[in-house]
Ligand binder design. Structure first.
Ligand code: ADP
Ligand code: MG
Length: 238
């Protein structure tokens, strides 16, 4: 079964097609790694499917719903949540507010498991040590990344997109976030992990898709994809 599917989608910035007639499917219930060299269109893919930048052509489907051109809040209500490569958290708010507001107003029909059933539970589940009344301005990058995941989970998603959620973290923090992603997956949420560290894709994902110049370059199991000569060439720039 497919949870997220784009077909024939294009996003252009002036003359540059950041997403170029892209067709790909994200299998339901898996952790899929979305990889590709810098500038290959990974973040634009996230922006496109989550309603920040509508595609100029093609369709985006989430489960049974055609969500092409839907606003971000509509995509979230349909069950698609995301985090940002550069954390976007209002500095003047507290941890409790950033998680609590979407949690309270989430329009998704899904329910979260018991260990995520309150704002405090979600913060704990995501490994956020600071108190709920801590201002976001005072958080480390590691806590900001955990907070972004907690905020996305508060939207009760069926599909969660993580745009480089481990970038800038220490090895220890990275290992903890990997474990967190596994636990989120075990809670029944389909996950797309955007990552450029191949080791993380190989250990975490059941499926991988590779973008290059806004197009699908390769897809399959991480083992197959990482051995694909076309993928090696794109990364090494031969
Ligand atoms: P990735 O996340 O894979 O590194 P991006 O999706 O951020 O790649 O970018 C893909 C291409 O689109 C790059 O060439 C980038 O410079 C360009 N791009 C991304 N966002 C914008 C934008 N808002 N305006 C103009 N060009 C953009
Ligand atoms: Mg990016």
């Amino acid at each position: 079964m497919t949870d997220l599917c784009v077909s024939g989608c294009t996003v252009a910035f002036g003359g540059l097609k950041a997403i170029n007639d892209l067709t790909l499917t994200i299998p339901s219930g898996a952790i899929t790694g979305l990889i590709g060299p810098n500038g290959s269109g990974k973040s634009t893919f996230c922006n496109m499917v989550s309603g920040q930048i509508p595609p100029s052509g093609g369709r985006v489907r989430l489960g049974e719903k055609d969500i092409t051109g839907w606003r971000s809040d509509q995509a979230v209500a349909a069950g698609l949540a995301r985090t940002y490569q550069v954390p976007r958290v209002p500095k003047e708010l507290t941890i409790g507010e950033v998680i609590g507001v979407p949690f309270r107003y989430a329009r998704s029909s899904r329910e979260l498991p018991r260990q995520m059933s309150t704002t405090a539970d979600l913060a704990r589940f995501c490994g956020l040590a600071p108190a709920l009344d801590t201002a976001c301005a005072d958080l480390s990058i590691s806590d900001l990344r955990r907070l972004e995941i907690a905020r996305a989970l508060a939207c009760k998603p069926r599909v969660l997109l993580l745009d480089e959620a481990m970038a800038g973290l220490s090895l220890e923090d990275t290992a903890q976030v990997i474990e967190l992603v596994r636990e989120v997956h075990a809670a029944g949420i389909t996950i797309v992990v955007i990552e450029h560290v191949m080791r993380i894709i190989a250990t975490l994902c059941q499926h991988a898709v590779v973008l290059n110049n806004g197009r699908l370059l390769s897809q399959g199991t991480p083992e197959v994809v990482l051995r694909d000569p076309a993928v090696r060439e794109a990364y090494l720039g031969k």
